[in-house]
Design a protein around this ligand. Structure first.
Ligand SMILES: C[S@@+](CC[C@H](N)C(=O)[O-])C[C@H]1O[C@@H](n2cnc3c(N)ncnc32)[C@H](O)[C@@H]1O
Length: 281
């Protein structure tokens, strides 16, 4: 079923409220291709009826979220952020924490982790960097809004195709077990990671704080207002000397003046400028 132009504002408003994804009449093709089959599956005569019903139906809301969000991801996506994690962020954090009561504690958040490849890539980098990893207090949290994506992430099972996209032969041999129809992440990696649902446009109650936050390739779907609000709240979830990593096509310039870009290992990574944080009295 195809959406009528007059129905788009109501659909766009609902989707924005549910997950922050920005739609307008230039995205009619996306509404048709992602939501059209849901409208038909539920037997609604029009998108307008579908939209009205969804407002009072949590199951339908979750289906809309799963359908309208883009779960594209791969292991070690863009490579350079993971090199910066290994050679810059973690070594500096370890130095900074040395001698404190939390000298062996590392907290990392893979926000909008999709099916988990980013989260497990982070865990593999830490295993490579810390040969005595069992003696460290490490917690890598992967969150997403999509229940379907999180279920897959939690399983830690990947098809041959998913593995071919980004995984090196060395890492595959070290950190995965071959199964009949793909590969499974070894328990050594799985034990560093946990997954939970988090909608990035809602308050982060009880989440964090973190040493490093990866929030990549999700804010590109939001409008400026939602984006600004998100990065502002992420800054508040970072520990001192903490880092924020965004997608390779994303920039925080003009979005949040607190974040200062730094170039390391061909990646642009961000740290809040603590001196410029206004003092609350
Ligand atoms: C393109 S994937 C990016 C995955 C990974 N970060 C990467 O860069 O490879 C975008 C993810 O953002 C999630 N997402 C979209 N809106 C969200 C929201 N409001 N809160 C949390 N996750 C959201 C989607 O479900 C999807 O899994």
């Amino acid at each position: 079923m195809n959406v009528m132009e007059s129905e788009i504002p109501a659909i766009a408003q609902l989707v924005r409220e549910l997950c922050g994804v920005a739609l307008d009449k230039t995205k009619a093709y996306l509404i048709d291709s992602r939501l059209g089959c849901l409208v038909e599956e539920y037997g609604f005569p029009s998108f307008a009826d579908f939209c009205r019903a969804a407002r009072a139906d949590q199951i339908l809301k979750n289906k809309i979220i799963d359908a309208i969000t883009t779960q594209e991801t791969l292991f070690f996506r863009d490579k350079s952020p993971f090199e910066a994690l290994q050679h810059k962020m973690i070594p500096e954090l370890i130095d900074f924490k040395a001698g404190t009561i939390h000298s062996k504690r590392i907290r990392i958040w893979s926000a909008a982790c999709s099916t988990g490849q980013e989260t497990y890539s982070i865990a593999m980098v830490l295993c490579e960097l810390l040969p005595d990893i069992a003696s460290w207090d490490i917690n890598i949290l992967g969150t997403d809004i999509s229940n379907e994506a999180l279920t897959q992430a939690s399983l830690g099972r990947y098809s041959d195709y998913a593995i071919e996209r980004g995984m090196t032969a060395t890492m595959l041999a070290k950190y995965f077990i071959k199964e009949r129809d793909g590969y499974r992440v070894k328990d050594q990696i799985r034990s560093l990671v946990r997954f939970d649902r988090c909608n990035l446009i809602k308050p982060f109650n009880g989440i964090g704080p973190f040493d490093v936050i990866f929030c990549r390739n999700v804010a590109i779907y939001f409008d400026e207002e939602v984006k600004c609000d998100l990065f502002n709240r992420l800054a508040d979830r970072l520990l001192p000397k903490g880092w924020l990593v965004v997608g390779s096509s994303e920039s925080l310039t003009g979005i949040d003046p607190r974040f200062v870009p730094q170039h390391h290992c061909r990646a642009v990574i961000y740290q809040p400028n603590w001196k410029r944080v206004p003092v609350m009295v």
